[in-house]
Design a protein around this ligand. Sequence first.
Ligand SMILES: [Zn+2]
Length: 162
Amino acid sequence: MSIEDKECSQCGEKKPLSDFYKQKINQCKVCRNAVISKWRLKNREKLLQQMRNNNKQWYRENKDRAKEKQSKYAKQNKSSVNAKEAQRRAMQLKLTPSWADKNEISMFYEVAEVLSRSGAKFHVDHIVPLQGRKVWGFHSQHNLQVIPAYKNMEKGNKHEAN
Ligand SMILES: [Zn+2]
């Protein structure tokens, strides 16, 4: 064992510092990764459950309205949807900050996908729009929410800074 070695508080093994992410964290990379993925799994479940509960109530209250709005929107906007989507994706790439957590971001999309299986469509929405007129939001975990699709369509890009 050299001076550079450090004991992991989780597995108790002595490992070189390069096996640790940071000086301050006393768990080796292997243990740290296990903790993080466990945390992610737990949080994904929590977020999903939360969304499911909201969804159930929302769906009961708005069932017919949602279906009607969705099909109406799809009919009116078929051609422009793809172009808009492509543009949006390009914007997202430029507005993803270095500190954005790709795993957390993908969690929102997974949740929207799972919720959409119940019949009503759900979208991942940028709380502050990427292409607002006055403010530009980031594509990051802090600026995302899962909302019923029709609400997202209503919102469009009209949102302004309050
Ligand atoms: Zn360890």
